[in-house]
Each structure stands twice: as C-alpha cells, then as structure tokens.
Design a protein around this ligand. Structure first.
Ligand code: GLC
Ligand code: MG
Length: 507
C-alpha cells in the first residue's frame, strides 16, 4: 500500500491508556506499559493506534478534561516516553494518533483563570441547553466572575469560544507541536460541537424522547452543534495536515445521526475529515437488515473519494462482544468480520481481538461521573490468566477468562482469528480497497462483494442458511473450513471471507 494511504488500507486500534498495560505496578496503565506491549500490536498486524487523551487532567472526565495540551499526565508518563513510544511504534510500522479535545478544556486549565475571553459566557442563563453529562443546564455560575459559562459536558469542562480567533491560534500551535514530535494524526473529540449559534437561541421543543440525540443530550441539538462554521475550520485544518511533512490525518468524532449531515464532515471527499466515525453502525443491533441498511446509506451519501470508518466498541460505546454479541464469541467474530470486511477503515478497541466482554464494575468502584457510567467498557486489558498482569488496577478486572496469553496459544481462538483476518486483509487487495456491493442473501444473512474477487458473508441468525456464492473459503469464523471450496452453507453465528471463483479462473 502507498505510505500516504496507510489510513485507508490499514487497521487502527484504540488504546485507552489507563487500562491497557501498567509498567510500574501502580494499577494505572501508562505509556511505558504500552511500549512494552507493542509486540502484541505488531503481531496482530495493527497499522496505527489512537490514544485516548494522555494530557494532564484532573480526570473529571478521565482525560477528556485537559488542563495542558502540550504536556503528559504524570500517571501516564513523560514527553520523553511519548517520543520513545512514537519511535518504537514506528520501528514496527505502527503510527500514533493522539486525541485532541478542542470543544472544551478542563476548568483547571490556566486559560480559564487567565484568559476567560477564550470561553463562552453569559450574564444570565440564556437558553434551555442541557449538558450531556447529567442532563442539567449547560450553564454554570462562576462565583468569582458572577457570570455563567457554557459546558456541553460536565461543569468541569467549560466550552471554548471558537468565534474567538485566539482559540484558533492556540489550537494551530497545539497541532503543530504534536506533529513535530512525529504524531501521525488526531482523533478530534466531538468535533461537530465546536461552534454554537451566535445568538445562543433555545433548542426547539417538543422533545421527541426516542431520538438518539435526545437520549444522549436531553434534547435535539439544532443550535448548540453542527453549525456551518465547523466545516470552514475543518477545511483549514485539513490544508495544514496535507501540507505537513509527512501529511497527518484527522479522524472526527461526529455524533451526528442523520447520514447526509454526517457525510458533510467529509466535505467534497478530500478537503475536510479523512475519516469520521459512523455511529449508526456502532449502535445498531447485530442484525443483517439493520446493518446493511446503514451501510447502504453510507455508501450512497459519502462524496466520491471519501472513505468510511467503522468501530464496534469504544470507551464510550462499550464493547462489541457485549453489545452486539451478548457475550457469544461466535457473534463477536461476526462483528469483527463485518468491521474488517466492509469498505472502510476499521478501528478495533483494545480487547476486541479477544472478544472481550464488558467488565463488572460494582457501584462503589465506579469512576465515570456521566449519568450513564461507561466504566464497564473501560476495564483493564487481560494479558494473562489470574490477575491479568495487573496489581490492584484502577478499575476492577474480575474476569480474565479471555486473555492474550491463553488465546495466543490456541489457534482456534478469537485472537488468532483476528490476526488471521487482518493478514487476509493484507493479502487480498480487494478486501482492502474493493468497492462494496451487497449480494442477495436469505433472512439473517448479510453478504457482500468486495471488488471483483472477494466476498464476505455472515449469518447473524440462529438457523443454518444457504448462500448462493461460489468461491474458496479464505477464512471462516469457525476456523475449520479454510482452503476449501465454499459449499454455500453457513451455520448461525458463522461467517466467511471468500475469493470468488469467477475472478480466480480469470487470473
Ligand atoms: C467524547 C469522548 C467522551 C467524552 C466527551 C466529552 O464524546 O469520547 O469520552 O466524555 O467527548 O469530552
Ligand atoms: Mg502505571
């Protein structure tokens, strides 16, 4: 693959640093722990990692409340460790992306005291906006100033005023700082939220309770996000990234539920975000009709040249092995086959490769303060049986039955399946770059072609089904059929990657 297209053809991997690997035994994952586990990522075939925020933070929102964008949280390491991580990962062909949080800072960022003009203020509570953390007002009185500041999330996360050019200036500096240290790109936190209605108008009533935005934010968000100016900013940042050497990439967290509006964050296909997480698929049930409908709409709405981006798990959404597969490893593998078999860039979340389920976190061990706590999807990575390789971790690790050491020993494990799937993707150009074309399939089966030479089929139901496809099984979730001609039959929870006969006989 061309080095500039690594982000289209590669497989990316999200690391939640506090939970990935701990090098110093303090129960908190850290950068040196991650450096020590790069072998695992290289063995798996990962091309790039996205690190959830590594900066100093009072951790009201576990790093998503940044108090210094140019520093490293002492729990996680030092700037020298970041440099070493980038170099050591680079030696293994793995690029490093950081999380950039431009919508808000921590209330403990010195800007909040020293440069209040960088934030959004009002003398009275100006509107009905509610924050996404506890569903109360988005406005909190700052006692010292006697004015209200806006916070889309927790009260400790004041929103920046993106209508102030000084904010742009600061973030350009931050982007440059990390790029010069060798970072290959940025995941942009809630990037669709940066601009707000200049008149701060009320969000419209009534509140349709079943709308996903209402579930997430308490109301529809018409004036408090998705303002057109965001696209101008993204065009500017894209130009900066394209002009830097080597070019770096922008991956947007755009919680926009209408596909056409979401697709707009790709601009004309090459002038805004490189990749934008598509959350309809993430939050869809593992259902052939529901998921194929999302993909069809994405394929239809994306501008030419734009490249989709898929994830089944994250530190917010929890784990696909639980949400999609209800713990059943067969269906978790189908989920992985979908993520890696669709046209687009897959992001695995640490532990997806083990079919890791959400952890059990008793109420007294909770760390997340959001009204729907996300801790269960953030529990430590189980490296081995027993204690998982952790001493007294910051979040509990009760179940290590699915762990890296055991699964590496077992060629039939989900870990080895994931590794082989990534290797298959590397081997079959069609699986990386071929066009997506849905194929006719019986109920509960989702089948699609990639390019001329390759097809993927998953049976997401419980009954055996027949699929009208001729090809050789390159990889199958039950690991018994590889290298055989496909007999057209798929058990419930089974999936296959096929090289198609038509193309094979031609070549
Ligand atoms: C994003 C992050 C989430 C965080 C929120 C506020 O959605 O992924 O973890 O709570 O932004 O920064
Ligand atoms: Mg540690």
């Amino acid at each position: 693959m061309s080095p500039h297209d690594w982000w289209r053809e590669g497989v990316l991997y999200q690391v939640y640093p506090r939970s990935f690997a701990d090098s110093d035994g303090d129960g908190i994952g850290d950068l040196r722990g991650l450096i020590g586990r790069l072998d695992h990522l290289e063995w798996l075939g990962i091309d790039g990692i996205w690190l959830s925020p590594i900066h100093p933070s009072p951790n009201e929102d576990w790093g998503y409340d940044v108090s210094d964008y140019l520093g490293v949280h002492p729990d996680l390491g030092t700037l020298a460790d970041v440099d070493e991580l980038i170099a050591a990962a680079g030696d293994r062909g793995i690029r490093v992306l950081l999380d950039l949080v431009p919508n808000h800072t921590s209330i403990e960022h010195r800007w909040f005291r020293e440069r209040p003009e960088l934030y959004l203020w009002a003398d009275e509570v100006p509107n009905n906006w509610r924050n996404a953390f506890d569903g109360e007002s988005s406005w909190t009185l700052d006692a010292e100033r006697g004015r209200y500041y806006l916070h889309t999330f927790a009260a400790g996360q004041p929103d920046l005023d993106w209508r102030n050019p000084a904010v742009h200036e600061e973030f350009r500096r931050i982007l440059r700082f990390w790029h010069e240290r060798g970072v290959a790109g940025f995941r942009l936190d809630v990037v669709n939220v940066l601009y707000k209605d200049p008149e701060l108008r009320d969000e419209p009533p009534p509140l349709p309770e079943d709308h996903p935005e209402v579930r997430r934010h308490g109301h529809r968000r018409v004036h408090s996000m998705n303002q057109p100016e965001t696209h101008e900013l993204l065009r500017e940042w894209r130009a900066l990234c394209d002009a830097s050497e080597p070019p770096c990439i922008l991956v947007g967290e755009t919680y926009v539920y209408e596909v056409p509006e979401w697709a707009a964050f790709y601009g004309r296909g090459n002038d805004q975000l490189h990749l934008s997480f598509e959350f309809q698929l993430t939050y869809s049930p593992l259902d052939a009709d529901a998921m194929s409908a999302v993909v069809a709409e994405v394929e239809r709405e994306l501008p030419a040249g734009a490249w989709p981006c898929w994830a089944g798990s994250s530190h917010d959404a929890g784990r696909l092995a639980t949400r999609w597969a209800d713990g059943d490893e067969r269906f978790a593998r189908c989920g992985l086959l979908i993520l890696l078999g669709l046209r687009g860039t897959p992001f695995l979340y640490y532990g997806d490769e083990l079919a890791l389920r959400e952890g059990h976190v008793a109420p007294e061990r909770r760390r997340d303060r959001a009204r729907t706590p996300r801790d269960a999807g953030r529990t430590p990575m189980p490296w081995e049986p027993g204690d998982g390789g952790w001493q007294d971790p910051w979040l509990p690790l009760e179940d290590t039955s699915r762990n890296v050491a055991d699964q590496r020993e077992d060629p039939a494990s989900t870990l080895c399946f994931t590794r082989d799937l990534i290797a298959t993707r590397r081997r079959l150009a069609d699986l990386r770059t071929g066009a997506y074309r849905p194929l006719a399939a019986p109920e509960d089966v989702w089948a699609w072609q990639r390019g001329e030479g390759c097809a993927v089929a998953v049976n997401l139901g419980s009954r055996r089904a027949r699929v009208d496809l001729q090809g050789l099984v390159e990889l199958s979730t039950d690991r018994t059929r590889e290298g055989e001609p496909f007999d057209g039959s798929l058990a419930g929870g089974e999936g296959v990657v096929l090289t198609l006969r038509r193309a094979r006989s031609r070549s």
